[in-house]
Design a protein around this ligand. Sequence first.
Ligand code: ADP
Ligand code: MG
Length: 327
Amino acid sequence: MGRISKRLWLLVVISFSSAVNAEWVQRTEAIMGTEVAVELWADTGAGGEQAIEAVMVEMRRIDALMSPYKESSELARLNKLAADKPVNVSTELFSLIEKALWYSRISDGAFDITFASAGQLYDYRAGQRPDEKTLQQAAALIDFNGVLLDQKNVTVSFSHPGMRIDLGGIAKGHAVDRGIAILQQQGIQAAVVSAGGDSRMLGDRGDRPWVIGIKHPRAANEQAVKIPLSNTALSTSGDYERFYIEDGVRYHHILDPRSGKSVEAIQSVSILAPLAVDSDALSTTVFVLGIEKGLALVNRLPGIDAIIIDGSGKLHYSKELLMSGGE
Ligand code: ADP
Ligand code: MG
């Protein structure tokens, strides 16, 4: 009797002390041209810090691989050589390009990583865009069918010179998924990893879901909607992230592949999906497709939901959110 209670007592002490040491740990860092944030629940503060560092290391690795701005990146090398010959790439880059092309096919070309053929001519920070003629010539080079993949040799080539790809609409989601995978390997059960507008939640925030806000597209520090979420990815694409306004026209970073010009009519698109790579690609895709076609696509895809804020600030929900009382 006495022995049992002693053991029990010991158990209580152990579980109590681990609960005392366990804590929420968080950090943000500027990577991939945006703010990367990790928040997690860890058994010890030191363990949590170390897990966050592992995620940041992974984000920096992906940035070094896929940044269009870094001359030394695998993506920059591909852009330089692929019109001349098939270029060997890592399986990671190959798979992501493959996924991007899948989104091009199911969206009838609304999502197109070759948008960069024209996209590279814009500098939103400097308020610069190409003249009409230059833009037309560049837009003629946009065509995802010109990205040729060789599965067997893991190579990529471009069908014509001048073509360029940019994974800005999908790479951050991939990076967020990699971050979550690393935390899971380390036994973390509650976390949120985000890179700019792409986030993914693992587990809950303690005894309640994570509450994630969707930014108000026209009021910098306000939120348009707040949603409770667990074990989900959420990505938002907005016309307010990278833009400048000239003569009343908003020039922003989401381009219609047919014209090479900024897509009008929508202020933001948020997508819910199990994986961030999908929510990321789809938020850009639906932004380009517009409300009607965009919601039709989302309603066709199982496990995917959308919240769209239209040009006048009105909210539109996908079928399942409406049924679950999202409004
Ligand atoms: P961010 O998180 O950078 O705001 P989004 O998910 O909103 O990114 O996607 C915008 C980015 O996607 C652009 O900065 C650009 O890199 C890329 N992009 C723009 N237009 C397209 C398009 N039609 N198809 C694929 N990618 C695009
Ligand atoms: Mg996106």
